[in-house]
Design a protein around this ligand. Structure first.
Ligand SMILES: *Cc1c(COP(=O)(O)O)cnc(C)c1O
Length: 442
Protein backbone atom coordinates (compact mmCIF):
# COMPACT_ATOMS: atom_id res chain seq x y z
CA UNK A 1 0.00 0.00 0.00
CA UNK A 2 1.14 3.55 -0.78
CA UNK A 3 0.79 6.61 1.42
CA UNK A 4 0.11 10.08 0.07
CA UNK A 5 0.03 13.59 1.53
CA UNK A 6 -3.31 15.23 2.41
CA UNK A 7 -2.06 18.19 0.36
CA UNK A 8 -1.64 15.93 -2.65
CA UNK A 9 1.85 17.24 -3.35
CA UNK A 10 4.95 15.09 -3.67
CA UNK A 11 5.31 11.41 -4.50
CA UNK A 12 3.59 8.49 -2.76
CA UNK A 13 5.80 6.81 -0.15
CA UNK A 14 5.97 3.44 1.60
CA UNK A 15 4.61 2.92 5.09
CA UNK A 16 8.16 2.79 6.51
CA UNK A 17 8.97 6.14 4.93
CA UNK A 18 5.73 7.67 6.20
CA UNK A 19 6.50 6.45 9.72
CA UNK A 20 10.15 7.53 9.64
CA UNK A 21 9.42 11.05 8.37
CA UNK A 22 6.15 11.80 10.21
CA UNK A 23 5.16 14.86 8.19
CA UNK A 24 5.06 14.88 4.36
CA UNK A 25 7.55 17.25 2.64
CA UNK A 26 4.71 19.56 1.50
CA UNK A 27 3.59 19.99 5.13
CA UNK A 28 0.59 17.66 4.76
CA UNK A 29 -0.15 14.47 6.66
CA UNK A 30 0.25 10.98 5.27
CA UNK A 31 -2.90 8.95 4.58
CA UNK A 32 -3.31 5.53 2.89
CA UNK A 33 -4.02 6.02 -0.82
CA UNK A 34 -7.07 3.76 -0.44
CA UNK A 35 -8.67 2.29 2.66
CA UNK A 36 -8.89 -1.51 2.42
CA UNK A 37 -12.42 -2.94 2.59
CA UNK A 38 -12.61 -5.63 5.23
CA UNK A 39 -15.40 -8.14 5.71
CA UNK A 40 -16.24 -7.95 9.44
CA UNK A 41 -17.25 -11.63 9.33
CA UNK A 42 -13.59 -12.51 8.79
CA UNK A 43 -12.82 -11.27 12.30
CA UNK A 44 -13.43 -13.00 15.61
CA UNK A 45 -14.59 -10.50 18.26
CA UNK A 46 -13.05 -12.69 20.95
CA UNK A 47 -9.63 -13.00 19.27
CA UNK A 48 -6.63 -11.71 21.25
CA UNK A 49 -5.84 -8.07 20.41
CA UNK A 50 -2.45 -8.88 18.88
CA UNK A 51 -4.12 -11.36 16.49
CA UNK A 52 -6.88 -8.93 15.54
CA UNK A 53 -4.27 -6.19 15.08
CA UNK A 54 -2.09 -8.27 12.76
CA UNK A 55 -5.07 -9.29 10.58
CA UNK A 56 -6.48 -5.76 10.46
CA UNK A 57 -3.16 -4.09 9.66
CA UNK A 58 -1.83 -6.62 7.12
CA UNK A 59 -3.13 -4.68 4.06
CA UNK A 60 -1.59 -1.45 5.43
CA UNK A 61 1.83 -3.16 5.59
CA UNK A 62 1.47 -4.85 2.20
CA UNK A 63 4.69 -4.47 0.18
CA UNK A 64 6.56 -2.69 2.97
CA UNK A 65 9.93 -3.83 4.40
CA UNK A 66 8.20 -3.99 7.81
CA UNK A 67 5.54 -6.47 6.61
CA UNK A 68 7.49 -9.46 7.92
CA UNK A 69 7.75 -7.80 11.34
CA UNK A 70 4.03 -7.04 11.69
CA UNK A 71 3.14 -9.93 14.00
CA UNK A 72 6.10 -9.11 16.23
CA UNK A 73 5.19 -5.40 16.33
CA UNK A 74 1.64 -6.25 17.38
CA UNK A 75 2.88 -8.64 20.06
CA UNK A 76 5.16 -5.94 21.44
CA UNK A 77 2.55 -3.18 21.33
CA UNK A 78 -0.68 -4.85 22.54
CA UNK A 79 0.47 -6.21 25.88
CA UNK A 80 -2.45 -5.15 28.08
CA UNK A 81 -6.24 -5.62 28.01
CA UNK A 82 -8.73 -3.07 26.61
CA UNK A 83 -12.00 -4.05 28.33
CA UNK A 84 -15.45 -2.98 27.19
CA UNK A 85 -17.65 -2.47 30.25
CA UNK A 86 -21.34 -1.70 30.93
CA UNK A 87 -21.22 0.36 34.13
CA UNK A 88 -24.72 1.93 34.17
CA UNK A 89 -27.69 -0.15 35.29
CA UNK A 90 -30.13 2.54 34.08
CA UNK A 91 -28.68 2.51 30.54
CA UNK A 92 -28.08 -1.12 29.51
CA UNK A 93 -26.66 -0.20 26.08
CA UNK A 94 -24.12 2.29 27.47
CA UNK A 95 -20.57 0.97 27.11
CA UNK A 96 -17.17 2.24 28.19
CA UNK A 97 -14.01 1.22 26.36
CA UNK A 98 -11.23 1.40 28.95
CA UNK A 99 -8.11 2.59 27.16
CA UNK A 100 -6.17 3.22 30.38
CA UNK A 101 -4.68 -0.15 31.29
CA UNK A 102 -1.30 0.48 29.64
CA UNK A 103 1.97 1.51 31.33
CA UNK A 104 1.04 5.21 31.64
CA UNK A 105 -2.75 4.86 32.01
CA UNK A 106 -3.83 6.80 28.90
CA UNK A 107 -4.76 5.75 25.36
CA UNK A 108 -1.50 7.31 24.10
CA UNK A 109 0.18 4.05 25.18
CA UNK A 110 -1.21 2.09 22.21
CA UNK A 111 0.05 4.43 19.52
CA UNK A 112 3.35 5.18 21.26
CA UNK A 113 4.16 1.50 21.79
CA UNK A 114 3.35 0.55 18.22
CA UNK A 115 5.38 3.47 16.86
CA UNK A 116 8.33 2.56 19.10
CA UNK A 117 8.23 -1.05 17.93
CA UNK A 118 8.09 0.06 14.29
CA UNK A 119 10.94 2.59 14.57
CA UNK A 120 13.24 0.15 16.31
CA UNK A 121 12.45 -2.61 13.79
CA UNK A 122 13.60 -0.43 10.90
CA UNK A 123 16.97 -1.01 9.29
CA UNK A 124 19.42 1.40 10.97
CA UNK A 125 22.33 3.08 9.16
CA UNK A 126 24.62 3.01 12.24
CA UNK A 127 24.82 1.30 15.62
CA UNK A 128 24.51 4.62 17.42
CA UNK A 129 21.21 5.08 19.23
CA UNK A 130 18.65 7.42 17.70
CA UNK A 131 17.00 10.08 19.85
CA UNK A 132 13.27 10.55 19.97
CA UNK A 133 12.40 14.18 20.73
CA UNK A 134 8.83 14.72 21.91
CA UNK A 135 6.94 17.81 23.07
CA UNK A 136 4.03 16.87 25.32
CA UNK A 137 1.03 18.48 26.96
CA UNK A 138 1.10 15.70 29.58
CA UNK A 139 0.20 12.20 28.38
CA UNK A 140 2.18 11.59 25.17
CA UNK A 141 5.62 12.12 26.72
CA UNK A 142 5.15 9.48 29.39
CA UNK A 143 3.71 7.01 26.90
CA UNK A 144 6.68 7.52 24.57
CA UNK A 145 9.21 7.21 27.41
CA UNK A 146 7.54 4.01 28.62
CA UNK A 147 7.38 2.60 25.10
CA UNK A 148 11.12 3.08 24.47
CA UNK A 149 12.25 2.31 28.02
CA UNK A 150 12.83 -1.38 27.35
CA UNK A 151 13.93 -1.08 23.71
CA UNK A 152 17.59 -1.01 22.67
CA UNK A 153 19.07 1.57 20.39
CA UNK A 154 16.89 4.54 21.33
CA UNK A 155 17.01 7.40 23.79
CA UNK A 156 14.25 9.91 24.51
CA UNK A 157 14.08 13.66 25.19
CA UNK A 158 10.79 14.98 26.62
CA UNK A 159 9.83 18.67 26.62
CA UNK A 160 6.91 19.44 28.92
CA UNK A 161 5.33 22.74 30.03
CA UNK A 162 6.62 23.85 33.41
CA UNK A 163 3.81 23.77 36.01
CA UNK A 164 1.10 23.01 33.45
CA UNK A 165 0.74 19.25 33.98
CA UNK A 166 -0.86 17.37 36.89
CA UNK A 167 1.43 16.05 39.64
CA UNK A 168 0.91 12.49 38.45
CA UNK A 169 1.57 13.40 34.85
CA UNK A 170 4.77 15.17 35.89
CA UNK A 171 5.89 12.09 37.75
CA UNK A 172 5.35 9.81 34.79
CA UNK A 173 7.25 12.26 32.56
CA UNK A 174 10.27 12.26 34.85
CA UNK A 175 10.73 8.82 36.45
CA UNK A 176 12.60 6.88 33.76
CA UNK A 177 16.11 5.52 33.30
CA UNK A 178 19.26 7.37 32.14
CA UNK A 179 18.12 7.02 28.52
CA UNK A 180 15.20 9.42 29.05
CA UNK A 181 16.02 13.12 29.50
CA UNK A 182 13.06 15.11 30.88
CA UNK A 183 13.14 18.88 30.45
CA UNK A 184 10.58 21.44 31.51
CA UNK A 185 10.09 24.61 29.46
CA UNK A 186 8.21 27.85 30.22
CA UNK A 187 5.54 28.99 29.73
CA UNK A 188 3.30 26.50 27.94
CA UNK A 189 2.89 23.57 25.54
CA UNK A 190 3.08 25.87 22.51
CA UNK A 191 6.61 26.84 23.61
CA UNK A 192 7.56 23.14 23.89
CA UNK A 193 6.22 22.42 20.44
CA UNK A 194 7.95 25.42 18.91
CA UNK A 195 11.26 24.42 20.54
CA UNK A 196 10.96 20.87 19.18
CA UNK A 197 10.28 22.29 15.71
CA UNK A 198 13.41 24.47 15.92
CA UNK A 199 15.47 21.49 17.08
CA UNK A 200 14.34 19.41 14.09
CA UNK A 201 15.30 22.31 11.81
CA UNK A 202 18.82 22.45 13.33
CA UNK A 203 21.12 20.26 11.18
CA UNK A 204 23.82 20.05 13.84
CA UNK A 205 21.51 18.77 16.57
CA UNK A 206 19.63 16.48 14.19
CA UNK A 207 22.85 14.77 13.03
CA UNK A 208 24.67 14.70 16.35
CA UNK A 209 21.82 12.89 18.05
CA UNK A 210 19.99 11.28 15.11
CA UNK A 211 16.77 13.06 16.07
CA UNK A 212 13.45 11.34 15.30
CA UNK A 213 9.95 12.57 16.02
CA UNK A 214 7.17 10.65 17.78
CA UNK A 215 4.50 13.29 17.51
CA UNK A 216 0.82 12.64 17.23
CA UNK A 217 0.49 13.10 13.48
CA UNK A 218 2.57 9.95 12.89
CA UNK A 219 0.53 7.44 10.90
CA UNK A 220 1.79 4.51 13.02
CA UNK A 221 -0.15 5.84 16.00
CA UNK A 222 -3.39 6.02 14.05
CA UNK A 223 -2.98 2.50 12.68
CA UNK A 224 -2.57 1.10 16.20
CA UNK A 225 -5.59 3.00 17.48
CA UNK A 226 -7.87 1.45 14.85
CA UNK A 227 -7.50 -1.92 16.57
CA UNK A 228 -9.63 -1.12 19.62
CA UNK A 229 -12.44 0.42 17.55
CA UNK A 230 -12.61 -2.77 15.51
CA UNK A 231 -12.68 -4.99 18.57
CA UNK A 232 -15.34 -2.89 20.31
CA UNK A 233 -17.57 -2.62 17.23
CA UNK A 234 -17.44 -6.39 16.69
CA UNK A 235 -18.20 -7.10 20.34
CA UNK A 236 -21.12 -4.66 20.39
CA UNK A 237 -22.57 -6.15 17.23
CA UNK A 238 -22.21 -9.70 18.55
CA UNK A 239 -23.95 -8.71 21.78
CA UNK A 240 -26.71 -6.42 20.50
CA UNK A 241 -27.05 -7.08 16.78
CA UNK A 242 -26.55 -3.33 16.19
CA UNK A 243 -23.73 -1.06 15.02
CA UNK A 244 -21.71 0.65 17.73
CA UNK A 245 -21.83 4.43 18.04
CA UNK A 246 -18.78 6.11 19.58
CA UNK A 247 -18.13 9.25 21.63
CA UNK A 248 -14.47 10.23 21.59
CA UNK A 249 -12.82 12.76 23.92
CA UNK A 250 -11.08 14.88 21.29
CA UNK A 251 -8.24 17.38 20.99
CA UNK A 252 -6.01 16.86 17.96
CA UNK A 253 -8.46 14.36 16.40
CA UNK A 254 -5.87 11.55 16.37
CA UNK A 255 -7.97 9.09 18.32
CA UNK A 256 -11.21 9.99 16.50
CA UNK A 257 -9.58 9.71 13.06
CA UNK A 258 -8.72 6.06 13.71
CA UNK A 259 -12.43 5.46 14.40
CA UNK A 260 -13.48 7.22 11.21
CA UNK A 261 -11.15 5.03 9.17
CA UNK A 262 -12.56 1.91 10.82
CA UNK A 263 -16.08 3.05 9.88
CA UNK A 264 -14.96 3.77 6.31
CA UNK A 265 -13.42 0.28 6.09
CA UNK A 266 -16.80 -1.39 6.53
CA UNK A 267 -16.87 -2.36 10.20
CA UNK A 268 -20.20 -2.04 12.06
CA UNK A 269 -19.83 1.57 13.21
CA UNK A 270 -22.75 4.01 13.26
CA UNK A 271 -22.23 7.56 14.44
CA UNK A 272 -19.02 9.05 15.82
CA UNK A 273 -19.21 12.14 18.04
CA UNK A 274 -16.16 14.18 19.06
CA UNK A 275 -16.46 15.45 22.64
CA UNK A 276 -14.32 18.56 22.97
CA UNK A 277 -13.84 20.93 25.90
CA UNK A 278 -14.43 24.70 25.73
CA UNK A 279 -12.14 24.87 22.70
CA UNK A 280 -14.80 25.21 20.01
CA UNK A 281 -12.95 24.99 16.70
CA UNK A 282 -14.49 21.60 15.86
CA UNK A 283 -18.01 22.17 17.20
CA UNK A 284 -18.21 25.41 15.20
CA UNK A 285 -17.05 23.52 12.14
CA UNK A 286 -19.82 20.97 12.67
CA UNK A 287 -22.45 23.70 12.83
CA UNK A 288 -21.24 26.09 10.15
CA UNK A 289 -18.89 24.16 7.89
CA UNK A 290 -16.26 26.84 8.32
CA UNK A 291 -12.98 25.98 9.98
CA UNK A 292 -11.33 28.69 12.06
CA UNK A 293 -8.23 27.51 13.96
CA UNK A 294 -7.15 29.70 16.87
CA UNK A 295 -5.09 29.73 20.08
CA UNK A 296 -6.34 27.28 22.71
CA UNK A 297 -7.88 28.13 26.08
CA UNK A 298 -6.94 26.24 29.27
CA UNK A 299 -9.59 23.83 30.61
CA UNK A 300 -9.97 20.99 33.12
CA UNK A 301 -9.50 18.50 30.27
CA UNK A 302 -6.04 19.86 29.52
CA UNK A 303 -4.91 17.11 27.12
CA UNK A 304 -7.65 18.38 24.78
CA UNK A 305 -6.68 22.07 24.96
CA UNK A 306 -6.30 22.39 21.22
CA UNK A 307 -7.46 25.26 19.03
CA UNK A 308 -6.03 23.97 15.74
CA UNK A 309 -6.49 20.18 15.66
CA UNK A 310 -3.46 18.72 13.89
CA UNK A 311 -5.44 15.90 12.24
CA UNK A 312 -8.11 18.18 10.77
CA UNK A 313 -6.46 17.75 7.37
CA UNK A 314 -7.07 14.02 7.58
CA UNK A 315 -10.72 14.58 8.51
CA UNK A 316 -11.36 16.86 5.55
CA UNK A 317 -9.42 14.49 3.31
CA UNK A 318 -11.90 11.74 4.25
CA UNK A 319 -15.20 13.66 4.27
CA UNK A 320 -16.32 17.08 3.08
CA UNK A 321 -18.53 18.87 5.59
CA UNK A 322 -21.81 17.77 4.03
CA UNK A 323 -20.88 14.08 3.90
CA UNK A 324 -19.54 14.24 7.44
CA UNK A 325 -22.87 15.52 8.75
CA UNK A 326 -24.82 12.96 6.69
CA UNK A 327 -22.72 10.20 8.23
CA UNK A 328 -23.79 11.31 11.71
CA UNK A 329 -20.36 12.69 12.59
CA UNK A 330 -20.28 15.83 14.70
CA UNK A 331 -18.37 17.62 17.47
CA UNK A 332 -19.95 18.81 20.73
CA UNK A 333 -18.23 21.31 23.01
CA UNK A 334 -18.46 20.69 26.77
CA UNK A 335 -17.58 23.58 29.13
CA UNK A 336 -15.65 23.05 32.39
CA UNK A 337 -18.79 23.35 34.57
CA UNK A 338 -20.39 20.46 32.68
CA UNK A 339 -17.21 18.38 32.99
CA UNK A 340 -17.01 18.85 36.76
CA UNK A 341 -20.78 18.38 37.15
CA UNK A 342 -20.57 15.10 35.25
CA UNK A 343 -17.73 13.80 37.45
CA UNK A 344 -19.70 14.55 40.62
CA UNK A 345 -23.03 13.25 39.30
CA UNK A 346 -21.81 9.95 37.87
CA UNK A 347 -19.81 9.24 41.00
CA UNK A 348 -22.83 9.84 43.26
CA UNK A 349 -25.31 8.15 40.93
CA UNK A 350 -23.34 5.20 39.58
CA UNK A 351 -20.05 5.00 41.48
CA UNK A 352 -18.14 5.76 38.25
CA UNK A 353 -15.01 7.93 38.50
CA UNK A 354 -14.21 9.67 35.20
CA UNK A 355 -11.02 11.45 34.22
CA UNK A 356 -11.89 15.00 33.07
CA UNK A 357 -11.50 14.08 29.38
CA UNK A 358 -13.75 11.04 29.58
CA UNK A 359 -16.24 13.08 31.61
CA UNK A 360 -16.71 15.37 28.60
CA UNK A 361 -17.70 12.34 26.52
CA UNK A 362 -20.05 11.07 29.25
CA UNK A 363 -21.69 14.53 29.26
CA UNK A 364 -22.25 14.31 25.50
CA UNK A 365 -23.93 10.93 26.02
CA UNK A 366 -26.30 12.30 28.67
CA UNK A 367 -27.16 15.17 26.32
CA UNK A 368 -28.20 12.95 23.39
CA UNK A 369 -31.80 12.92 22.19
CA UNK A 370 -33.40 10.31 24.49
CA UNK A 371 -34.34 8.03 21.57
CA UNK A 372 -30.59 7.59 20.94
CA UNK A 373 -30.27 5.73 24.25
CA UNK A 374 -32.09 2.77 22.64
CA UNK A 375 -28.90 2.24 20.60
CA UNK A 376 -25.51 1.04 21.79
CA UNK A 377 -23.08 3.89 22.49
CA UNK A 378 -19.44 3.44 23.44
CA UNK A 379 -17.64 6.18 25.39
CA UNK A 380 -13.87 5.98 24.98
CA UNK A 381 -12.22 6.34 28.40
CA UNK A 382 -8.95 7.95 27.35
CA UNK A 383 -7.21 8.11 30.75
CA UNK A 384 -7.60 6.81 34.29
CA UNK A 385 -9.01 9.31 36.79
CA UNK A 386 -6.07 8.83 39.17
CA UNK A 387 -3.87 10.71 36.71
CA UNK A 388 -5.78 13.91 37.52
CA UNK A 389 -6.12 13.94 41.32
CA UNK A 390 -6.10 17.77 41.59
CA UNK A 391 -9.29 17.95 39.53
CA UNK A 392 -11.12 14.76 40.40
CA UNK A 393 -10.58 14.28 44.14
CA UNK A 394 -12.21 17.53 45.34
CA UNK A 395 -15.25 16.77 43.14
CA UNK A 396 -15.86 13.29 44.50
CA UNK A 397 -14.62 14.04 48.03
CA UNK A 398 -12.15 11.19 48.24
CA UNK A 399 -8.80 9.91 47.04
CA UNK A 400 -8.63 7.97 43.76
CA UNK A 401 -6.29 5.00 44.14
CA UNK A 402 -3.84 4.83 41.22
CA UNK A 403 -4.13 1.95 38.75
CA UNK A 404 -1.37 -0.65 39.34
CA UNK A 405 0.74 0.60 36.41
CA UNK A 406 0.81 4.15 37.81
CA UNK A 407 1.38 2.92 41.36
CA UNK A 408 4.49 1.07 40.14
CA UNK A 409 5.82 4.26 38.54
CA UNK A 410 5.26 6.24 41.73
CA UNK A 411 7.90 4.12 43.47
CA UNK A 412 10.55 5.39 41.11
CA UNK A 413 12.46 8.62 41.80
CA UNK A 414 11.58 11.64 39.66
CA UNK A 415 14.11 14.01 38.14
CA UNK A 416 14.06 16.70 35.50
CA UNK A 417 15.80 19.94 34.56
CA UNK A 418 14.31 23.31 33.71
CA UNK A 419 15.76 24.78 30.55
CA UNK A 420 15.36 28.08 28.76
CA UNK A 421 13.18 28.13 25.72
CA UNK A 422 16.07 27.98 23.19
CA UNK A 423 17.87 25.42 21.06
CA UNK A 424 21.26 26.21 22.64
CA UNK A 425 19.99 25.26 26.08
CA UNK A 426 18.39 22.10 24.70
CA UNK A 427 21.66 21.13 22.95
CA UNK A 428 23.65 21.69 26.17
CA UNK A 429 21.32 19.51 28.20
CA UNK A 430 21.48 16.76 25.58
CA UNK A 431 25.29 16.81 25.39
CA UNK A 432 25.53 16.53 29.17
CA UNK A 433 23.42 13.39 29.17
CA UNK A 434 24.02 11.65 25.83
CA UNK A 435 27.07 10.75 23.78
CA UNK A 436 27.08 12.28 20.29
CA UNK A 437 27.05 9.76 17.40
CA UNK A 438 30.42 8.15 16.66
CA UNK A 439 30.05 7.95 12.92
CA UNK A 440 28.21 10.49 10.81
CA UNK A 441 24.91 9.08 9.57
CA UNK A 442 25.66 9.68 5.90
C1 LIG B 1 -4.42 13.16 24.06
C2 LIG B 1 -5.65 12.96 24.87
C3 LIG B 1 -6.92 13.22 24.34
C4 LIG B 1 -7.13 13.80 22.97
O1 LIG B 1 -6.78 12.91 21.94
P1 LIG B 1 -6.57 13.44 20.45
O2 LIG B 1 -6.06 12.28 19.69
O3 LIG B 1 -5.54 14.55 20.54
O4 LIG B 1 -7.87 13.94 19.95
C5 LIG B 1 -8.03 12.93 25.13
N1 LIG B 1 -7.89 12.43 26.37
C6 LIG B 1 -6.68 12.18 26.91
C7 LIG B 1 -6.60 11.65 28.30
C8 LIG B 1 -5.51 12.43 26.18
O5 LIG B 1 -4.30 12.19 26.72
Amino acid sequence: MDYVSTRAGGPAVSLSQAIATGLAPDGGLYVPDTLPQHDPDDFDPEAPLERLAADLLAPFFDGDPLADDLERLCKGAFTFPIPLTAPRGDKPLFRVLELFHGPTAAFKDMGARFLAQALSAMEQPTDDPFTVLVATSGDTGGAVAAAFDDLDGAQVVILFPDGRVSSLQQHQLTCWSETVLSLSVRPDFDACQALAKRAFADPDLTETFRLTSANSINIARLLAQMVYYVQASLQVEAETGQSANFIVPTGNLGNALAGLWVKAMGFPVGRILFATNANKTLSEYTLSGSYTPRASVATLASAMDVGAPSNFERLSDLYDHKTMVEQGIAARSVPDEAISGQITRDYRGHGIIWCPHTAAAAAVYDDLDPHQWARPWVVLATAHASKFPETVEPLIGEAVPPVPALAALLDRPSRFERIDDDVEALGRAMRQRFRPVQRPVR
